[in-house]
Design a protein around this ligand. Structure first.
Ligand SMILES: NC(=O)c1ccc[n+]([C@@H]2O[C@H](COP(=O)([O-])OP(=O)(O)OC[C@H]3O[C@@H](n4cnc5c(N)ncnc54)[C@H](O)[C@@H]3O)[C@@H](O)[C@H]2O)c1
Length: 329
């Protein structure tokens, strides 16, 4: 049955979430205070869908069919009025998010589930004192949201698993893999693991053990490949836990334990080397020069993003053995 969903914020994450839901048959109301952001979102959705279709990934409807299911609006109250699920993907500023919730509080359906795509705030902080706190979760998608299957779900202490079930079901219908946390921790699961790996990678770089390229290759040509199939715990099972017991005893004292960003990242940031979006970071991205925005990437970077998306799709098709089509993932 067609559901009506509201997505609040049409930036990097919001447009991908809106696309994902529309692709799977929902009617989506997409709110953004910026008309330009809404226009850009619709253009990006059109090209994202074209990529998925040209890669023959699942049974994706046509560009026009997907866009026809999305209603853009500059009015948040209109966006949420008929929605059974509201997904907020507004900028990561606590007061801005809370102000948005206050705006929609009286307009949302009494049974609507409200989810935030926040990367860092806990549910209690976001909706303290709001009437829908007992129907609130964090639903943390990963960029690109229309492709990466993982969505981490963190329940507000007043929200039961049963209440969140329609959202979890919807995500599964869209081909996502929701992971529900049993306790609320900063960074949830995936970003904690990524941060631990980044800390050690930068430590190796700073210690002169290898170049940035060699360090990245050691991941993409090694454990990174395996991690798509078995996570760190299953990987330890395969290696043998007796082996990992000894490795842990020997290696853990050697690993980096710093408690703040490394000096080399600080130096790069001070020098405006912010990564792909500024033309360089640990590596060079000449086509990204002079671009300071988080979206609206210049052509060269846009091409690189499209190539990355195509490779991600092909990887997922091989991983899930859906190369011959049939099923979203
Ligand atoms: N970018 C990522 O990789 C990533 C990954 C996971 C989670 N997140 C989280 O998703 C959320 C959105 O991040 P993003 O990267 O899409 O940001 P973004 O800056 O790309 O997009 C934010 C959008 O929100 C709009 N906006 C501004 N004020 C608003 C308001 N009052 N109400 C609704 N929309 C408003 C902006 O016009 C913009 O289009 C943040 O909470 C972020 O932490 C981001």
């Amino acid at each position: 049955m067609e559901q009506t969903i509201a997505v609040l914020g049409a930036g990097t994450m919001g447009h991908g979430i809106a696309q994902l839901l529309a692709q799977s048959g929902s009617r989506v109301y997409l709110y953004d205070p910026s008309e330009e952001a809404l226009e850009r979102a619709m253009q990006k959705i059109r090209s994202n869908v074209a990529v998925i279709r040209s890669e023959r990934w699942g049974d994706c409807p046509s560009e026009d069919q997907v866009l026809d299911r999305i209603v853009c609006t500059p009015d948040p109250v209109e966006a949420v009025a008929g929605a059974s699920i509201v997904i907020e993907a507004a900028p990561e500023k606590l007061e801005l998010k809370r102000e948005l919730y206050r705006l929609i509080e009286r307009g949302i359906r009494a049974d609507a589930i409200v989810a935030s795509n926040t990367s860092s705030y806990v549910p209690e902080q976001l909706v303290e004192g709001m009437t829908f706190a007992h129907r609130f979760v964090v639903a943390h998608f990963f960029n690109p949201a229309h492709l990466v299957p993982l969505v981490e779900i963190v329940l507000h202490p007043q929200t039961s698993r049963q209440t969140a079930e329609p959202l979890i079901r919807l995500l599964k219908t869209c081909g996502k893999s929701p992971v529900v946390l049993s306790a609320n921790v900063a960074g949830f699961i995936a970003n904690r693991l990524q941060a631990a790996l980044l800390r050690e990678a930068v430590h190796l770089l700073e210690s002169g053990v290898a170049s940035a390229r060699e360090i990245d290759l050691a991941v993409t040509e090694g454990p990174g490949l395996r991690w798509a199939l078995s996570g760190p715990l299953a990987t330890a099972d395969y290696g043998g836990l007796d082996v990992w017991e000894r490795v842990s005893d020997r290696l853990f004292p050697e690993l980096d334990t710093r408690t703040e960003a490394s000096e080399s990242i600080r130096r790069l940031v001070r020098g405006q080397r912010l990564g792909v979006k500024s033309g360089g970071g640990f590596f060079e991205y000449p086509d990204g020069e002079a671009n300071g925005a988080t979206h609206g990437l210049p052509d060269g970077v846009q091409d690189a993003v499209e190539q990355r998306d195509r490779k991600l799709i092909r990887l997922m098709m091989v991983k899930n053995d859906t190369r011959t089509g049939g099923g979203a993932q």
